[in-house]
Write a new protein. Structure first.
Length: 154
């Protein structure tokens, strides 16, 4: 299982993301993509009213989500903070998402929230440093098998 991308969404925009492997052939506007992911998640949760959506599964990839909340300096109420990971599709995805991916996504959301609660979240360039935290949290889970083997022998 390879984690291809991880990130945080707030108000339909990407606060920070880290891509480890390509998931598309072309270039996609990050803001459009973030808006679409947020809209799909909100729609699914409203339409099916089963609580929160854990993941969407496509032909090749699965997108796992964790919902958290964070307070920005320009808002009185806490707002939705979405932590997501794009992973390779596999069998028994429920077990993998629940036991492995979701705890890591929760750690991402909690780490970001502890560092940025009550701050201005509209200037996303200030969150570049958080990419190192993403690397630390996900570690070797972002590497393909051949990359892991290279690390063993060289």
């Amino acid at each position: 299982m390879v984690i291809r991308e991880v990130g945080l969404l707030f108000r339909g925009f990407t606060l920070v993301k880290r891509s480890y492997h390509k998931t598309t052939l072309g270039k996609i506007d990050a803001d459009l993509r973030s808006g679409l992911l947020t809209a799909l998640l909100n729609f699914a949760e409203t339409a099916f009213s089963t609580g929160f959506v854990e993941y969407f599964q496509g032909n090749r990839f699965t997108i796992a989500f964790i919902n958290a909340s964070i307070s920005a300096d320009d808002s009185i109420e806490p707002e939705l903070l979405i932590s997501y990971a794009i992973i390779d599709k596999q069998k028994k995805i429920d077990k993998y998402v629940n036991k492995f991916v979701n705890p890591l996504l929760t750690k991402v959301a909690e780490g970001f929230k502890s560092q940025n609660e009550g701050k201005n979240l509209s200037e996303v360039s200030q969150f570049r440093f958080f990419k190192k935290t993403l690397d630390e949290i996900f570690g070797s889970n972002t590497k393909k098998i051949d990359q892991k083997l290279d690390g063993l022998f060289y």
